[in-house]
Design a protein around this ligand. Structure first.
Ligand SMILES: Cc1ncc(C[n+]2csc(CCOP(=O)(O)OP(=O)(O)O)c2C)c(N)n1
Ligand SMILES: [Mg+2]
Length: 924
């Protein structure tokens, strides 16, 4: 085929899912028949004149609909009327026993609220949230009874992201199911102090704190939407990579309308659209309120979200009104009611619900005489009973079913609800409702009546702090029904796979690749990492489980060499001829590709890391994510996502590449990372290392594999900093102190001979080279024999020291911290340096015997040559040598003037005297 013929033929039939123009139409079409066009326009004008704008609007919408049916491509409207997307006559039969489900839903509502109320009892007072679940009970219950599949389902089960502060409702359901008893319900928000009294319950979905139960930590607003999108993407990825069959699994994410204001909530919608993730449904609980007040008082959040999602390529289903409105909408022949619905702002809708039926008649319906007329036979109570769609079981059922049946796009369901629903006048629609956690006796009685809970006044009055929970007993028809539904759908949810599936890798080849050193060549630790993982990827047990995740920096890190072999994952394949197709390292996208190239998208990459690294718990398939980022844009940019990853007990490797404040100096302030190890240190689930040499890196990676993927996996993931500066990689020393290397420190090069004075230099990462040079300078010029220690992890050493302190405090036998033990074997003083700010080195101060003097790259980075930057920060070899002399002077071993002379001799405060640069400091 000629090139032109190929273009004309378009993509092959099997690939017609790929859209190059989304719902598009060329705006430069020629008018083939102006006369005919004119006739059409005139008849439109005539119709408008005769029938008015409402009729004109109706006909135009019908025309658009017809055009769509006949496959005439037109840009779609971004928003539709403020009514249900699914017309009543297209609603499916509801397959359940609605009254039965209403009865136990009421019990769940009750127990959720009572759990929070009881947590407010005197002496505890920890509270919780009542109103959010109250607004979303039906949204969850339709799912639990008819859609959400558990882990025992043959398809492997669905993944449900619960709105974090709706957790009381999820616990209350588990209580009815018999998974949580009354005692434990009373342990809500008292995880430790109630542990011995029947167990505690975490405030929100925290897998780390309740590993057998919660799957996804969602309470930091915005992470749920991103993580849900990536869970769906990774499910497909695992399937396409032949790891496990996820074709019959669905991801459901329950989100708040206020939460949708987070940039993270909306910022990755295109990922789901581009991947055609029809295995994903968002359910946005549009109660029109957030914590302080309305989400869009003057506007309409549902309409705004509809346009936004549709513009991003999603299928949108609005569930605005309950079935009680059907008759009114049917009778609304002129569209007056729809018009009123469209024109009423969210702030007003909220106010209506905080009043009564009479108020709604007067302030809503009466605004148009035709609408007032529609409800003339309705009592105020009838008007009050006109429900919102998100509280109507059947409308929700219809929406969920349609979402599952929709192919080729993800779906968002926008459900109109009332915050605090059924909790009575003090709660419903009130601005303060989000944080109200206690109910008065009258509130309780009314709430009980609304939900028809068989608890007497006397029982409520007995102790208003402790109104009773309600469970009808395991033999009650409601409980039998509820359990049967779950049995049929594959068991209880949420739940995690807990039995580890250990992986054992043969690491010999990977070690061999780096253990001999780099000889005459200079190799950066980033390249060494690529070498190590290249070998590990050949291993039978773990090879295909390693998943590189890269936010558009593969070339920076030398990972473009993986493009042709591993290929870049794209569920749509590659339907263009790559510009570099002829080259060895061609850019290759493929359906079965293994590299998750997430584009310039660290947030999404973090979400991918989380979904891949928790596959052991979600799918019972351990996977090894290797997420490599530009170190400045890791913990600093997406610290919250990485925090949640630790909550979710993600396993894998996070690699801070181009690390250090002076290593990629060409790039300057916003790029020069002098603190990521410190940020990583704040995350208790992260084990971080700053290796100097390739063989250190290899052993750290192997140990990480053992600790995370062995028979007894620890709840950790790794953060390793690697550099872009090529150095002569030394061979692994004979008699390597491997235990010390892994614990965080070992003596790398003792001083060759004893001289007049002695000291120790502690260094990590790229600074090791300067430390070794300082060792030579001190021996040559100042009669100081300095031992050089390689510190692979300042943070692990500090954590060990803290653990010793705590044990001692609690009455244990005092234990010597590892770093103290190592350093006590030789003589100080000790001087520490790295390419990071002093705070990193300072972490171990309390555990270093004798004088401890730290150097570091404090302050903002800047662009310059590496030697200049190291001189400015005083972390180069000369500065380290002066640092050692200064420490010796502090100890009184030498005169201070010696150190001062050295500072002058080496010109350490003169940047122009810094050595000339010998290498390119890199670009990214
Ligand atoms: C990132 C972040 N910021 C703030 C909060 C505190 N917070 C918890 S719930 C909430 C309001 C939620 O409103 P919405 O999303 O509309 O949920 P609703 O309770 O109305 O269903 C806020 C601000 C949080 N959890 N996460
Ligand atoms: Mg809300």
């Amino acid at each position: 085929m000629t090139e032109q013929a190929e273009v004309n033929a378009g993509p092959p039939a099997s690939t017609n899912r790929v859209q190059v123009i989304r719902d598009g139409v060329a705006s430069y079409l020629a008018d083939a028949d102006p006369g005919e066009t004119e006739e059409w326009l005139e008849s439109f004008d005539a119709m408008l004149e005769a029938a008015g704008p409402e009729r004109a609007r109706y006909l135009m919408l019908r025309m658009l609909e017809r055009a769509d049916d006949k496959r005439v491509q037109l840009p779609s409207l971004t928003s539709t009327d403020f009514v249900n997307t699914i017309p009543t006559d297209l609603e499916p039969e509801f397959p359940g026993d609605e009254d039965m489900e209403r009865r136990f839903r009421a019990m769940i509502r009750w127990n959720a609220a009572i759990m929070v109320h009881r947590a407010q009892r005197p002496g505890i007072g920890v509270g919780g949230h009542i109103s959010t679940y109250a607004s979303s009970a039906s949204l969850y219950e339709v799912g639990f009874n008819h859609f959400f599949r558990g882990l025992d389902h043959p398809g492997g089960g669905d993944q449900i992201f619960v709105q974090g502060h709706a957790s009381p409702g999820i616990y209350a359901r588990a209580f009815l199911e018999g998974r949580i008893d009354e005692n434990r319900m009373d342990g809500f928000r008292q995880e430790h102090s109630h542990a011995g009294l029947g167990g505690g319950l975490p405030s929100y979905p925290h897998p780390r704190l309740m590993p057998e139960f919660w799957q996804f930590p969602t309470v930091s607003m915005g992470l749920g939407p991103m993580n849900a999108i990536y869970q769906a993407r990774i499910n497909r990825f695992l399937h396409n990579n032949g790891i496990t069959d996820t074709s019959d699994q669905h991801v459901w994410a329950f989100l708040g309308d206020g939460e949708m204001d987070e940039p993270e909530s909306r910022g990755l919608l295109q990922v789901a659209a581009n991947d055609h993730l029809d295995n994903l449904t968002f359910v946005v609980n549009c109660n029109l309120q957030r914590l302080d007040g309305p989400v869009r008082g003057n506007g309409k959040i549902i309409q705004e979200l509809e346009s936004f999602f549709r513009g991003a390529g999603w299928n949108v289903i609005k569930v605005v009104w309950g079935r009680e409105w059907d008759a009114l909408l049917h009778a609304d022949k002129e569209g007056a009611l729809v018009n009123l619905m469209n024109k009423t702002s969210d702030g007003d809708y909220q106010t209506y619900r905080a009043n009564d039926g009479g108020f709604i008649r007067e302030h809503f319906f009466a605004r148009d005489p035709r609408c007032k007329e529609l409800v003339k036979d309705y009592s105020d109570a009838d008007i009050w009973r006109l429900k919102r769609g998100g509280h109507d079981y059947r409308k929700i059922y219809a929406a969920y079913k349609a979402a599952l049946e929709h192919k080729g796009q993800p779906t968002v369901i926008l459900a109109h609800t009332i915050k605090g629903y059924t909790l009575g006048g003090h709660f419903e629609g009130r601005n303060a409702t989000h944080q109200m956690k206690k109910m008065t006796l009258d509130d309780l009685k009314a709430f009980r009546d609304t939900n028809r809970i068989p608890i007497s006044d006397a029982d409520l009055e007995a102790d208003p702090y402790l109104p009773p929970y309600y469970h009808p007993g395991p033999d009650a028809p409601e409980i039998k029904y509820l359990l049967e539904r779950r049995r049929e759908l594959g068991g209880f949810l949420p739940r995690r796979h807990l039995t580890p599936k250990p992986l054992e890798a043969d690491t010999a080849a990977a070690l061999k690749a780096v253990a001999g050193g780099s000889g005459k060549q200079q190799v950066a630790t980033t390249m060494a990492l690529v070498r190590i993982f290249k070998e590990l990827m050949r291993d039978k047990a773990i090879g295909k489980r390693i998943v590189p995740i890269i936010p558009d920096e593969a070339r920076t890190f030398g990972m473009d060499s993986w493009f042709p072999t591993l290929k870049i994952y794209n569920p749509n394949g590659q339907h263009y001829r790559s510009v570099d197709a002829e080259l060895m390292l061609a850019y290759k996208e493929a359906e079965g590709g293994r590299i998750l190239h997430e584009g310039i998208n660290e947030a999404g990459s973090t979400a991918a890391f989380t979904a891949v690294g928790t596959s052991y718990a979600t799918h019972n398939e351990p996977m090894i994510p290797l997420y490599i980022f530009y170190s400045m844009f890791g913990f600093q940019r997406t610290g919250d996502g990485l925090w949640a990853a630790a909550d979710q007990m993600t396993h894998g490797f996070v690699i801070g590449a181009t690390a250090g404040r002076t290593t990629l100096t060409g790039e300057g302030l916003q790029h020069a990372d002098g603190h990521s190890p410190l940020l990583a240190a704040t995350n208790p689930g992260v084990v971080s290392y700053d290796p100097a040499f390739a063989y250190e890196l290899a052993h750290i990676v192997f140990d990480g594999l053992r600790r995370m993927y062995g028979p007894d996996p620890e709840k950790i993931y790794y953060y390793i900093t690697v550099y872009n500066e090529p150095i002569h990689q030394p061979a692994q020393p004979e008699n390597l102190d491997l235990a010390g290397l892994l614990k965080g420190i070992y003596l790398y090069r003792p001083a060759p001979e004893p001289l007049e004075h002695s000291a120790g230099i502690l260094a990590s990462g790229i600074t090791m080279g300067d430390a070794l040079e300082a060792q030579d300078m001190l021996a040559r010029d100042w009669g100081v024999s300095a031992d050089v220690y390689s510190v692979t992890s300042w943070t692990e050493l500090a954590r060990d020291g803290i653990a010793c302190d705590v044990e001692e405090l609690r009455g244990g036998t005092p234990r010597t911290p590892f770093v103290t033990e190592v350093l006590s074997q030789r003589s100080g003083p000790f001087v520490a340096a790295s390419d990071y700010q002093r705070g990193v080195q300072e972490q171990i101060r309390a555990y270093v015997p004798g004088t401890y003097y730290t150097l570091g790259a404090d302050g903002f980075g800047f662009s310059d040559t590496r030697p200049a930057a190291r001189r400015v920060f005083n972390i180069d070899a000369a500065s380290i040598a002066v640092g050692v002399l200064t420490a010796l002077a502090r100890d009184g071993a030498i005169d201070r003037t010696v150190a001062q002379d050295a500072a002058v001799k080496y010109q350490i405060n003169d940047v122009s005297a810094a050595p000339k640069s010998t290498a390119d400091p890199g670009l990214a």
